[in-house]
Design a protein around this ligand. Structure first.
Ligand SMILES: [Ca+2]
Length: 185
């Protein structure tokens, strides 16, 4: 591979995005919008080990599988991750291949603090993303796009979204996608 630079900050991503060529999106991730699974109604608490959301396993702590309770960025379901709760999915990857993880982030506007954070792990790599719910509501969540480029190190990789165990502010995640990336040079 021509480059193995780990971009040191999210702010740099936008400035280099013109260099990126999105290759064929591999159908490695399933149910990235959380639409398939046990009907959560308004919202359903799922404990660690739960596979009620098709393709995903709950890890670390309880998560909230949200239906009618709040507005989604895609479809009619998304997840809230309070108090160390997370969701994880393992899929096939090609070692040394770059993968761009894209998702939409918001947070429960009724649960302090207003600024939510979620850690996204791709194999052994991890990045933390934040979202400020100030001024937003359950009916106007104002979802925002987030993304990061990770490099696979193995033939299978676990993608995990998890909140801090010390914080129960409930970041929200929806519309997860993965693209293979080639850097145009
Ligand atoms: Ca969704």
């Amino acid at each position: 591979m021509g480059r193995s630079i780990r971009w040191p900050g999210a702010v740099l991503i936008s400035s280099v995005s013109f260099l990126l060529t999105v290759g064929l999106a591999q159908a490695v991730l399933v149910n990235g919008g959380f639409e398939n699974g046990t009907d959560p109604g308004e919202a359903m608490v799922l404990p660690p080990g739960s596979t009620a959301i098709s393709g995903w396993t709950v890890v670390g702590g309880n998560v909230s599988y949200v239906g009618g309770r709040w507005q989604h960025s895609q479809g009619v379901r998304s997840v809230g991750l309070p108090c160390g709760g997370g969701i994880s999915q393992t899929f096939e990857t090609e070692p040394h291949q770059k993968y761009e993880v894209r998702f939409n982030m918001a947070g429960d506007p009724n649960t302090p603090p207003a600024v939510k954070s979620v850690a996204v792990s791709f194999g052994d790599e991890s990045r933390v993303f934040t979202f400020d719910t100030t001024g937003h509501s359950l009916r106007e969540m104002s979802w925002e796009a987030r993304s990061w480029i990770f490099v696979a190190t193995d033939e299978t990789t676990a993608l995990t979204f998890r909140s801090r165990t010390t914080e129960c502010s409930t970041p929200a995640v929806d519309n997860v996608r993965i693209m293979t990336i080639e850097i145009g040079v």
